[in-house]
Design a binder for this molecule. Structure first.
Ligand SMILES: [Zn+2]
Length: 91
């Protein structure tokens, strides 16, 4: 979860545990042609690029506090290939 402090998107919510920092949202993508540990995605462009080259991708959005390292899975969803007309959006 160390990646969060560098690449996470800052949210407007305070950490519910320490209340010292805004929680960050980090997106990890898992798919058949991607690294087994998942790929950390930080932009819509990256997401669309991955979606073009891989099928059956699943995105996990994790909330992370850079201050106390609290984290939890916010949501997960299947990434639709860009060719199907649905753009993949980060939160
Ligand atoms: Zn915290």
């Amino acid at each position: 979860m160390r990646a969060a402090t560098n690449v996470g998107l800052e949210s407007r919510e305070d950490c519910p545990i320490c209340e010292q920092a805004k929680i960050r949202l980090v997106s990890y993508v898992f798919g058949t042609r991607l690294a087994p540990s998942g790929v950390c995605v930080t932009s819509d462009q990256e997401m669309n690029k991955l979606a073009r080259n891989s099928r059956d991708m699943v995105c996990y959005v994790v909330e992370v506090c850079p201050n106390c390292s609290w984290n939890h899975l916010a949501r997960s969803f299947t990434v639709q290939p860009a060719s199907q007309g649905q753009r993949s959006r980060l939160p």
